[in-house]
Design a protein around this ligand. Structure first.
Ligand code: SAM
Length: 288
């Protein structure tokens, strides 16, 4: 069974990268009047407390959102991210961290009939997600199910609105997740070629992780679709930790909105300046 719980990692550097990009993508897609469907295949619990046992034990948010909220940033994408996280908290505090479902929902429009479909497999996190979604009282705008996101995605494409963003953000606990991501994108592009597909992945010394961006580039190129690929590595901490944890991650987007690259050109160096720790730190940004 699954042992990954996103609560241990909420608000870390990987969430900063992922959610900053996610906000930029959703903001672009909601600038048009027509309805948008967002499908979050691996939703997590939706909301996290940064002062509970999970986050408190790991301390990962200290190298992520906490550092960023203390910094003065000028990149518009980072300002948008900080502002959105702040909207879930009392002034001056960062106790609540919104996961991808709440990041997206905060930007959706009722009047435009935008929709959010959430899938989460973990029994506890799926229950927590259901309770958090209930509190939103968002009615039909948000649906959530305890189901396999890779499988459930198929029935939702193409969406009636013909405009969709799919976020694929597995925990990669199981090695087969890497191939499932590639297969899901391949299948989805056949069903709905104009969708925007965003994949998060960990940069770790494992062949499957190393190969994933290359496989995603090949599949996008073969499908004749543009792509954007961004990575952030905060490098190793000066003090030697027994388990250094994740130090780098990447985001790959197929059919990226054209404004995202130029936003990231400004935001990534600033993200690195605030979050970078030591040996191995850096960012990359490339596109087709
Ligand atoms: N997207 C969330 C966010 O940004 O706040 C974080 C998601 S976390 C990285 C990955 C989640 O996927 C975990 O909560 C895990 O329980 C869940 N999960 C694992 N396999 C799944 C599957 N096949 N379908 C749906 N959820 C799955």
């Amino acid at each position: 069974m699954f042992s990954y719980r996103h609560g241990f990692h909420a608000g870390n550097h990987a969430d900063v990268l992922k959610h900053t990009v996610l906000i930029a993508v959703v903001k672009h897609l909601t600038a048009k009047d027509s309805p948008l469907s967002v499908i979050d295949t691996h939703a997590g619990a939706g909301l996290y407390r940064l002062d509970d046992d999970f986050a408190g034990t790991s301390g990962e948010a200290l190298d992520g959102i906490h550092k960023l909220r203390q910094a003065v940033v000028s990149a518009p994408l980072l300002q948008d991210y900080i502002e959105l996280v702040a909207s879930f908290n009392r002034p001056g505090e960062t106790r609540i961290y919104p996961g991808s479902p709440f990041v997206v929902q905060a930007l959706l429009r009722k009047a435009a009939r935008d929709k959010l479909h959430l899938f989460e497999m973990h029994p506890t996190d799926s229950k927590a997600l259901a309770a958090h979604v209930e509190q939103l009282q968002a009615g039909k705008q948000v649906t959530q199910q305890r189901a396999d996101g890779f499988e459930s995605l198929k029935a939702l494409l193409p969406p009636p609105s013909r405009r969709a963003l799919v976020l694929v953000d597995p925990s990669y606990e199981i090695k087969s997740d890497y191939s499932k991501v590639v297969a899901a994108l391949q299948d989805s592009l056949k069903r709905f070629a104009t969708g925007v597909y965003m994949v998060w992945y960990p940069v770790i010394p494992r062949p499957e992780a190393h190969d994933l961006p290359r496989r995603l580039k090949t599949l996008s190129n073969n499908a004749g679709k543009p792509w954007l690929h961004a990575t952030l590595s905060i490098g190793h901490a000066e003090e030697k930790k027994e388990r250094p944890g994740l130090t780098a991650s990447g985001v790959f987007i197929v059919n990226p909105p054209h404004t995202v690259k130029e936003g990231l050109q400004v935001a990534l160096p600033e993200m690195l300046a605030v979050l970078g720790r030591g040996k191995g730190k850096g960012t990359t940004l490339e596109s087709s």
